[in-house]
Write a protein that binds this ligand. Structure first.
Ligand code: ZN
Length: 508
């Protein structure tokens, strides 16, 4: 066995840092495309983006990176359980994932995906599933080929290969074991909420608030919650997102509607949760570009956004603090608003057709439907032609609603059209991790409610910084959850949170 060069690890980090720097330029270019780019620049921008993507891919799959990882793996001084050993484990995983797919498959996925997305847009507008079906067929076939290149554990199934890309180490069996009891209890809770005679009124959500006032209020909230605006920005886009571009540069976007100011408010708090995670990662010159400065998984990322959006933003202590600020920013429409009315209104639960408009409780049922169906489509247990029927049947069973057309049914999400299979469960995993962390936080921070009501959010932010953000990708999601909460992930904490809060709001 050749003796590894002692400089292998630093050289490896410096190569990966270059790739990450190029990647940051690519993210900046796409952020600009979503925010300020003049429309006539679209063609040139597509070329810039694709060139940058190619350069990043070349750097990440550079054979020298593979050699250096191999050399480090053979260096006993870098083995064990320390930060560097864990960083190497993730570098190996990233390198293998990046090099396992043949270039021809990557190109085909990109090309068919972009065509399928165009077909999907029109099919959705026309509510014409038959037009989209052959393209979904092709994308599923390509996803199957992708999964075969990645491979999956012998005791697992093909879906695991794709899920693992977004939620490393998680399997469909584990997800199923958590989701099934969650679904049963949520469906039961929903039934009880809908039968309540004490439903909250939605008048507070219908107040017309000018967008300028909403923006001002959004910034007040961001600053108070601890988002560093010297190291980030808030802009407006059609589809809100957060991009942790580079050290000291985390960009959030939101969108405003005159009606339903809560869309922008909770959208901003959601993206800010992602943003606080990005700002809390140790993106030091030493770690930037390595797994130690990276987020763990989509599920953990989503746990951060959902925590600020739902556990904080839809809680009474937050509104105790926020209401006077809202009165000041919003003026007349909020002059007579009471804490009780606004708190109850932001916790309204209604079964709805569209996932992205769903409330904190029913959202997870929308995800169950997608998880079960994409898992069956991928394994071949469900034929594409039978998708609308199965979709509608599940909505009836889980959410008690009838789907009027495919536009508001199985054609509503963009994900499958460009090959995002295995991604949906991470939304609900995020809610579950958030629920479990939240219980632990409440045990650790005894004065949490009083602090939040006084606008003191630094205790909570500090807790998240220390227990979650600072580790980078040192732990896998399941491992982090056990380390932090002492237990493997379970549906119980989220259910306890929803049953307690909503039970009170609906007077159950
Ligand atoms: Zn999110």
């Amino acid at each position: 066995m050749p003796k590894p060069a002692p400089a292998a690890y630093p050289e490896l980090c410096s190569l990966l840092r270059e790739a990450a720097t190029l990647n940051a330029v690519g993210s900046l270019v796409s952020w600009d495309q979503e925010t300020y780019m003049p429309p006539a620049a679209a063609a040139a921008r597509a070329e810039q983006s694709s060139l940058l993507a190619r350069l990043v891919h070349e750097r990440r799959t550079n054979p020298r990176v593979g050699e250096l990882i191999g050399a480090c793996e053979n260096d006993a001084s870098l083995n064990g359980d320390g930060a560097v050993a864990r960083s190497l484990r993730e570098m190996r995983r990233d390198y293998d994932l990046a090099t396992k797919l043949p270039g021809s498959l990557v190109a085909e996925l990109a090309k068919v995906g972009s065509q399928a997305q165009e077909v999907w847009k029109k099919a959705r507008a026309d509510s014409d599933f038959a037009a989209f079906a052959p393209w979904l067929e092709r994308m599923m076939a390509l996803s199957r080929r992708k999964a075969e290149c990645y491979g999956w554990p012998r005791e697992g199934e093909i879906y695991d290969a794709l899920l693992d890309e977004y939620e490393p180490g998680m399997t469909s069996r584990q997800v199923g074991a958590i989701f099934t009891p969650l679904r049963t209890r949520l469906t039961d809770l929903l039934g009880r909420l809908m039968a309540s005679r004490n439903k909250p009124g939605d008048a507070p959500l219908k107040a017309k608030i000018p967008q300028e006032a909403q923006h001002r209020f959004g910034l007040t909230v961001l600053k108070a919650l601890g988002f560093d605006l010297d190291a980030g920005r808030l802009d407006v886009t059609t589809h809100p997102f957060c991009s942790g571009l580079a050290p000291g540069d985390t960009r959030l976007t939101t969108r405003y509607r005159d009606e339903k100011f809560t869309d922008a408010l909770f959208g901003t708090m959601h993206e800010m949760g992602h943003g606080l995670y990005e700002q809390g990662l140790p993106k030091t010159p030493e770690h930037f570009g390595t797994p130690l400065a990276d987020a763990i998984s989509l599920g953990i990322h989503e746990s951060q956004s959902r925590m600020w959006e739902n556990f904080v933003g839809r809680g009474k202590p937050f509104w105790r603090w926020a209401l006077p600020h809202a009165r000041k920013a919003f003026g007349r429409p909020f002059a007579t608003m009471t804490l009780d009315r606004i708190y109850r209104a932001v916790n309204i639960v209604t079964p709805s057709l569209i996932r992205v408009e769903a409330d904190e409780c029913t959202y997870n049922l929308h995800i169950m439907v997608r998880f079960e169906l994409e898992r069956a489509l991928l394994s071949g247990g469900l034929k594409v032609k039978d998708l609308p029927g199965e979709w509608n049947r599940r909505y009836k069973e889980y959410l008690h609603i009838k789907i009027p057309d495919d536009r508001r049914g199985c054609l509503q999400d963009v994900h499958w059209s460009f090959g995002l299979v295995g991604y949906f469960p991470t939304y609900t995993l995020g809610n579950l991790y958030a629920g479990q962390f939240w219980e632990k936080i409440r045990r650790d921070l005894k004065d949490l409610d009083t602090d939040l009501a006084r606008g003191r959010f630094d205790g909570l932010k500090g807790w998240l910084n220390r227990h979650i953000h600072a580790h980078g990708k040192r732990y896998r999601a399941g491992e982090l959850c056990e380390r932090v909460t002492g237990r493997p992930l379970s549906a119980d904490p989220l259910l306890r949170h929803l049953e307690t809060k909503l039970g009170e709001v609906y007077g159950l």
